[in-house]
Design a protein around this ligand. Structure first.
Ligand code: PMP
Length: 321
């Protein structure tokens, strides 16, 4: 069965039939929890989003950066004091099993998650009766945000969560209300998406993606200790920009007004992929069209994701039909 839900942002999602839930693959409709589950009441879950790209030519799915995502989920789980009983390899095998069972012939997106699977009152993350469970759901997913036209974004009036409150480098479900507020504000005020500043007033990242600007041919992105999620795509873009496009990449603080005078700005992330930004706070960025460097990175990234670049095949797991 296909469940379709139309959100206010007009994103249709197609949930795939089978999910992994409490140690086995089950029909999606059976993967349910109590309304009093700790994770539901207190946001005590951690997650990842992993893409699998379908390549029509070789009739195969390519699962991208599974090791990196599933290592990060264990780091997030560690910060959250979760008890995890699966290794990166075991979680990878489960993700592959979920994909094989659903066998989508289109691009897919996995949501692995550890959640506090207990019913109790009180938000503490440690208790004698703790049970932290692993789940994986899957949907079909094309673009999460537009990657072609150039996005019109705004600086959010909300600041990015600070490591002194909720760890920004951890992908914790509860902290996504911060993202939700910024995204809703952007949409309701007529923009496509939002850019977060951190508490110091420096550019942190997008609502759920990292950000690069291009100035004088050089790529610049914020540092890992500036309350950003240390993105896997961000590291990968850094590598391909340096190694394959011969570009310099700097990690440093960025001011909001630097974005206004940048030659190019783009978002990057697993969901977002490479998404050029052409206006920020009603300032035209560069020529007002997706930038040349952004497009070069996007083209190369797209080829890599579909298993077409030999050098980067080690970051993909091929699931052939
Ligand atoms: N920042 C936030 C807040 C995110 O949710 C994401 C998506 N995971 C990113 C950045 C991009 O990270 P990645 O490239 O690892 O997907």
């Amino acid at each position: 069965m296909v469940y379709t839900c139309i959100l206010m942002v007009k994103t249709a999602i197609k949930i795939l039939d089978h999910a992994y839930f409490r140690d086995k693959i089950v029909p999606f409709s059976e993967a349910n929890v109590s309304i009093m589950t700790h994770a539901f009441m207190y946001g005590s879950a951690v997650f990842e989003g992993i893409r699998a790209y379908y390549n029509k030519d070789d009739n195969a799915l390519y699962l991208l950066h599974a090791k990196e995502h599933l290592s990060r989920i264990l780091n997030t789980a560690k910060i959250m004091r979760f008890q995890t009983h699966l290794s990166v390899q075991e979680m990878t095998d489960i993700c592959i099993e979920v994909l094989k069972k659903n066998a989508p012939k289109e691009d897919a997106y996995l949501r692995p998650s550890w959640f506090k699977d207990v019913i109790r009152i009180g938000p503490s993350l440690v208790c004698e009766d703790d049970r932290d469970s692993f789940i994986v759901s899957a949907i079909a997913l094309g673009d999460y945000i537009d990657t072609q036209k150039g996005l019109n974004v705004r600086t959010s009036s909300w600041r990015r969560v600070s490591d002194t409150a909720i760890p920004a480098r951890a992908k914790v479900n509860g902290s996504y209300v911060n993202t939700g507020l910024a995204k809703a504000e952007a949409i309701l005020s007529g923009y496509d998406d939002a850019i977060f500043l951190n508490e110091d007033g420096h550019v942190a990242e997008g609502s759920a993606m990292n950000l690069f600007m291009v100035r004088d041919g050089k790529l610049i992105t914020s540092m890992g200790n500036e309350n950003i999620l240390e993105g896997i795509t961000r590291s990968f873009v850094t590598r391909i920009a340096r190694e394959d496009l011969g570009l310099e990449v700097d990690y440093r603080s960025m001011d909001r007004t630097e974005l206004y005078v940048a030659d190019e700005v783009f978002f990057c992330g697993t969901g977002a992929q490479i998404a050029p930004i052409t206006a920020i706070d009603d300032y035209k960025i560069g020529t007002g069209k997706p930038g040349v460097i952004s497009k070069k990175i996007q083209d190369l990234y797209t080829e890599i994701c579909r298993g077409k670049v030999e050098k980067y095949k080690e970051y993909l797991i091929k699931i052939a039909y």
